[in-house]
Design a protein around this ligand. Structure first.
Ligand code: SAM
Length: 278
């Protein structure tokens, strides 16, 4: 059964055993299939002349492979696909996340190194894009698709950037992307919240806001009295997360053991020869 972007159930189980993305990929497929089956029951079964039209080829791929429906039952509306390439749905932060159709916005690629995004500009009454990096003429300009882990980018956009590699650390209902160079303030805030004693209830609101990325004003959230415990909490969670890849870790350990024992054998033979020529 094809799941998302051509991934099979077996591949999901093998490669994404410990990843949050595995469950989300399955949920996505379940939602698409549920919507299609609902439409089929309510509309297509009663009006055979009606066709299911989708602008998304992934949507059709999932429906076709999972629901095993005929090609004729599904139509990818090419003209809409064409338009959707040029007109991107964009959420405008300063208008409370209102959605706008912005011409050519679909041409912009993502980079983890930038925070810049398109937004509504009151003075020019239009959607503008201000870069947060200096670019040379002819250089590619990037936007940020959001603070997303590699897994999320892979699931939603079909690519995983090489730079700024991230690992998703699942903590109860939240999920925080950590980078090889560090961890986000939100994760630290969550750790403070999770381990802080009731005597610190006065700070709970501030910690919760920072953990859910709602407070952008406070850049340095520190509580020295519980910092050690919070760091230990993050370390334990990271270790627990990676230990789920136990098959992979076993293979690595076995391979290392084999290489080392091979080296030892070679060393013994070499020492034997040395003694022989002494
Ligand atoms: C909104 S479009 C961006 C424009 C697209 N590159 C194009 O030529 O039409 C989003 C798609 O671009 C690609 N993309 C965006 N940023 C990328 C990156 N940093 N590395 C690789 N592919 C990227 C992915 O295929 C993604 O699904």
């Amino acid at each position: 059964m094809d799941l998302w972007g051509g991934w099979t159930q077996e591949e999901l189980d093998r490669y994404l055993e410990a990843s949050q993305i595995r469950q989300r990929a399955i949920e996505r497929v379940t939602n698409v299939v549920g919507t299609y089956n609902d439409l089929r029951m309510r509309i297509f079964s009663k009006h055979p002349a009606c066709k299911c039209v989708s602008v998304s080829s992934e949507w059709c791929q999932i429906v076709q492979s999972v629901c095993r429906c005929d090609d004729d039952d599904l139509v990818i509306n090419r003209s809409k696909v064409h338009k959707s390439l040029l007109m991107q749905h964009v959420r405008l932060p300063s208008l409370g996340g209102k959605v706008a159709l912005v011409p050519w916005a679909d041409m912009l690629n993502h980079s983890c190194k930038v925070d810049a995004f398109l937004d509504y500009d009151k003075s020019s009454q239009g959607v503008v894009f201000s870069t947060d990096e200096a670019y040379e003429p002819g250089e590619q300009v990037f936007i940020s698709y959001g603070k997303k882990s590699n897994g999320e980018l892979l699931l939603s956009y079909g690519f995983a950037p090489r730079e700024g590699t991230t690992l998703e650390i699942p903590l109860r209902s939240q999920c925080y992307p950590i980078q090889i160079t560090g961890w986000p303030l939100e994760l630290m805030a969550y750790a403070y919240l999770a381990i802080s004693p009731p005597s610190m209830s006065g700070q709970f609101v501030e910690m919760a806001a920072a953990a859910s990325n709602k407070s952008t004003t406070k850049k340095d959230l520190r509580y020295s009295e519980i910092e050690e415990e919070a760091l230990q909490f993050i370390l334990d969670t990271c270790e627990a997360s990676i230990s789920k890849y136990n098959k992979f870790l076993q293979i690595l350990r076995r391979r290392l053991r084999d290489i080392r024992s091979g080296e030892l054998k070679a060393l013994t033979i070499f020492n034997g020869f040395r003694k022989f020529f002494k």
